[in-house]
Ligand binder design. Structure first.
Ligand code: PLP
Length: 424
C-alpha cells in the first residue's frame, strides 16, 4: 500500500472519499463496542472457577494450624508467602500478601510516604513539597491518578522500547532532591508491552539520586502474562539494588487480578526485609489481617509456581488470537501507508498505537461516533495530556474476536481519514 504522503491531491481526495463511505457504512451498523479497559473476558474467568469450591467445609486450616476463618496473620499465610515469593522472585521474608488489589497497596504505600516518610525515620514527603515523580510514558493511567490525587507532580519520561530513557531518568533523579521516585511496569508494560532490558534495570538500581528517599514503584502486574512465545526475562531489581547498595530503593507490587479473579484475587508487595517491616508498621493500623481463606484457596488451587505457569497457558490460548487479530487488521488496513506505528507485544494486556502528531484525539472521537469506544485520548500520559496527541491504547482482552476485528477496522479507517485530513 502506498504511503499516503506520496499520493497527489486528487488521489488523496479519492482515498478520503472511499474511507468516508466505509465510515458511513460502519455508522449504519449502530455498533456498541467497548475496548476501553484491560479486563479479563468471561472465558478467562472460567479458568479459575475451581477457586470457588476448592475448599471443603472442613478445610480452613493453614499448614501451621492457623484457622483462616479468624482474624490475624497481618502479612499473609506462610504457604501463600512461599508460593507468591517464588512468583515475584523474592524471598518469603521479602513479601506481604495484602488484600485483593495491588493498586490499593501502591496507593497506600505512596500515602505512607507522603504522611510518614518513605522508610523508617525518613521525613514525610508532605514536609518536603514539592514532591515529583518520574512517569515513563505512555503508562498506566491509574498510577498517574494516584500521584495527582496525592499532590505529587509528574514528570513524563519517554519509553524507548526497552524501558525508560535512562539518560533522562539519571539526569532528573541525580539533579533534583524533589524527585522522589519513578513508576515502572517492567514487564509487558501497560500499554507499550515492552520489557525492561538488563541494562535499564541495572542503571535504575545503581544510579545516583539526589533524594536519599528515592523509591522505585516496580509494578510487575504482568509477570507471567506471556502470549505463548515463552517468557521474556526480566532482571532481578531487588538483587541489583542489594548489590548496588540501594536495597530500600525498590518496592515491588503484583497481583493475581489477571490470573484468577480481577478484584477477588491476591495482591502482593515486596522489597527488602527492612522495607517490609516499615510496611507492616503502617499496615497494622489499617487492618487486623487480610482474607486468609482467599489465600488458602489460591494455594490449594495453584499448588506451586508451575501450577501458575500451566494456568497462564490457558489464558494465553484465549488471548493470543485476540492480539493476533489486532495485528492482522492493523497490518491489512494500515501497513505501508505511513500513518501509524504499533507495538507487537509478546505479553500483557495492551497494544499501543502511535498516530501522527495531533491525530489521536480526533481518531478516537470518530471511532466513538461510529460506536467503538476506546481508552480516552491522553489517558496514557500524566494529567491526561499526551503532548503530541498521538497515543492510542488498545485493550483487546474482553470483547469477542469478531468485535475486536470490527473495532480495529473502524479505528484504522478513522486513523487514515484523520491523517489525510491533516495532510490538507
Ligand atoms: N498495574 C497495572 C500496570 C495494571 O495494568 C493494572 C490493571 O490494569 C493494575 C496494576 C491493577 O491491579 P490490581 O487489580 O491488582 O489492583
Amino acid at each position: 500500500m502506498p504511503d499516503v504522503k506520496s499520493l497527489d491531491p486528487a488521489q488523496r481526495r479519492a482515498a478520503h472519499a472511499a474511507l468516508a463511505a466505509r465510515y458511513g457504512e460502519f455508522q449504519a451498523l449502530n455498533m456498541n463496542l467497548d475496548m476501553t479497559r484491560g479486563k479479563p473476558c468471561p472465558e478467562q474467568l472460567d479458568l479459575s472457577v475451581g477457586l470457588l469450591d476448592c475448599l471443603t467445609r472442613k478445610e480452613f486450616k493453614a499448614a501451621d494450624g492457623t484457622d483462616c476463618r479468624n482474624y490475624g496473620g497481618l502479612d499473609g499465610l506462610p504457604e501463600a508467602k512461599a508460593l507468591f515469593a517464588a512468583y515475584m522472585g523474592v524471598r518469603p521474608e521479602e513479601i506481604i500478601i495484602g488484600g485483593s488489589s495491588s493498586l490499593t497497596l501502591m496507593h497506600d504505600t505512596m500515602s505512607w510516604a507522603v504522611l510518614f516518610g518513605a522508610g523508617k525515620g525518613a521525613t514525610p514527603w508532605a514536609a518536603q513539597r514539592p514532591v515529583r515523580f518520574l512517569c515513563p510514558s505512555p503508562g498506566y493511567d491509574r498510577h498517574f491518578a494516584i500521584c495527582e490525587h496525592l499532590g505529587i507532580e509528574m514528570l513524563p519520561v519517554d519509553l524507548r522500547g526497552d524501558g525508560p530513557d535512562m539518560d533522562a531518568v539519571e539526569r532528573l533523579a541525580g539533579d533534583d532532591a524533589s524527585v522522589k521516585g519513578i513508576w515502572c511496569v517492567p514487564k509487558y508494560s501497560n500499554p507499550t508491552g515492552e520489557v525492561y532490558s538488563d541494562s535499564v534495570v541495572q542503571r535504575l538500581a545503581a544510579m545516583r539520586t539526589k533524594a536519599p528517599d528515592f523509591r522505585i514503584f516496580w509494578d510487575n502486574a504482568y509477570c507471567v502474562h506471556h502470549l505463548g512465545s515463552g517468557p521474556a526475562q526480566l532482571a532481578d531489581i531487588l538483587e541489583h539494588c542489594r548489590r548496588a547498595g540501594t536495597p530500600e530503593r525498590p518496592i515491588l507490587f503484583g497481583s493475581t487480578s489477571k490470573i484468577s479473579f480481577a478484584g477477588s484475587g491476591l495482591a502482593f508487595m515486596a522489597g527488602s526485609a527492612a522495607t517490609m517491616e516499615w510496611a507492616r508498621g503502617h499496615l497494622g493500623f489499617q487492618t487486623i489481617g487480610p482474607d486468609k481463606l482467599n489465600q488458602l484457596r489460591h494455594v490449594r488451587f495453584f499448588g506451586d509456581p508451575a501450577g501458575v505457569e500451566r494456568h497462564m497457558q490457558g489464558h494465553a490460548a484465549i488471548l493470543k488470537p485476540k492480539f493476533d487479530a489486532v495485528q492482522e487488521v492493523l497490518g491489512r488496513e494500515l501497513a505501508g501507508k505511513g500513518v501509524a506505528e504499533w507495538t507487537r507485544p509478546s505479553g500483557g494486556y495492551f497494544t499501543s498505537i502511535d498516530t501522527w502528531d495531533g491525530c489521536a484525539r480526533r481518531a478516537i472521537r470518530l471511532a466513538a461516533e461510529a460506536g467503538v469506544k476506546l481508552t480516552p485520548a491522553g489517558s496514557t500520559y500524566p494529567y491526561k495530556r499526551d503532548p503530541r496527541d498521538r497515543n492510542i491504547r488498545i485493550a483487546p482482552s474482553f470483547p469477542p474476536l469478531a468485535d475486536i476485528r470490527r473495532a480495529m477496522e473502524v479505528l484504522a479507517v478513522c486513523i487514515e481519514m484523520v491523517s489525510l485530513e491533516n495532510l490538507g
